[in-house]
Design a protein around this ligand. Sequence first.
Ligand code: TXE
Length: 484
Amino acid sequence: MIEISNLRSGQMLEPSTHVERMPVINPATAEIIATVPVGTAEDVDLAVVAAREAFPIWSGLPASERAACLHRLADLVDANVDELARLETDDNGKPLALARDLEIPRAASNLRFFAGAILHTKSEAYDLGGMGLSYSLHRPRGVAACISPWNLPLYLFTWKVAPALATGNTVVAKPSEVTPLSAFRFSQLATDAGFPPGVFNVVHGRGDVVGQRLVEHPDVPTITFTGGTSTGARIAATAGPMFKRTSLELGGKNAVVICEDADLEAAMPTIVRSCFQNQGEICTCGSRILVHRDRMKAFVSRFLDSVAGLKVGDPLDAETDMGPLVSADHRDKVEAAIARGKAEGGTLACGGGRPTHLPDRVKDGFFLEPTVFMGLDQDSRTNQEEIFGPVVTIQGYDSHGEAVDRANATPYGLACSIWTRDLERAHRMAARIESGMTWVNAWMLRDLRTPFGGMKQSGVGREGGEEALRFFTETRSITIAHPG
Ligand code: TXE
């Protein structure tokens, strides 16, 4: 049984008997595997004091020294990849191979990327002719709150923490209480990486207590958050009147647009992955497949064949494509969405229930079958609301204009994929679809330099590359008059 503790002022705090703790449950086995402290507002306040005190020291170091700390931490992540991946799988339910081969290595890449990026930034200067010179400074803003979700726990945690630290901010981070294990191990590794005390602090606990206090704390001017749209709205309501800078990466209801000329054979493995990777618990997962009616029959039969081949089972098994959902509560929520889809008149083309014949070790886990609905209207709740599970719908369209209109007909605007061999059409559609990120003949083809984020109710602001460096710094413009 792992006893999770907070990191403050460079020390892992000893678990205290006075502190209330909550269980952490392995969703594959329904067993308690750890306990996490129920953090308090006072824990947040102490961490913010530590981070504030460390700010002048950390922001005053040469960028190369900050980068060296991040590189050391990245090396420690790499050296512990197997352990971190196992923690991630036991905590979240994702297939072990996904954690080990993609997500944990990506956490190390996030650290290295921003460690490198901070050495290659530049400032603008404007020659005012005979009048003088203006130039810009980009300075760290102080204590940054990094609030992360449960679906890609360490991957998204480091996606926020790395640019915040690289730019010279100090951090109080709050991982999801549902999946705190990898952030806990990461914070232990951070104590070995040589950060000055107080630079990086982690407070575990519930969102409405620890998260909320971080958002309303007067000494935390910067908040980066990934999570649900309603939580994002609450954060914005608190942070807005305090004039805090917020980056909100929220939900999605992403369209997968299949054009009549799509190369279905080549595309199908990626299309299926785009819907069901990580059990559909990725904000960029496709959940509404829009198919040109000329290809509907061919698409549906190939797609359903491929979905039938997905193996749902023990996430430790190398053959497994889909593990359990993250929690019993979340499975309840997704099952309620499936029941609603049926009540709205949807026809189940496959799935809809819990898998039978699970291996003994995981027979009590929170599994669901990959589920495909047909025959639902665009304005049904199933086609409007984020489900965040292995549930997709298929709808037909007749013209590309109609495909674009349908893709845009939700309150969200996070991600989209377009499948076509016609590049001109791809450019045209991509420009018209209201989506922060559009992939053509691809999904999650990511370069850390590219902007990441959504429009409409999918969020505010962008993460990644230059955007992250700007987000975590304050730009100051200085103008000096020419003598005489
Ligand atoms: O997210 P929450 P939940 C979507 C998905 C899911 C829904 C709810 O649809 O079903 O959100 O998931 C912290 N102030 N996504 O409830 O609550 C919380 O402790 C500050 C999409 O798990 O938004 C956690 O660390 N922080 C998504 C983090 O916010 C607060 C990923 C996210 O949890 C807080 C996850 C508060 N008042 C869910 N309340 C994506 N965009 O990838 C909670 N938190």
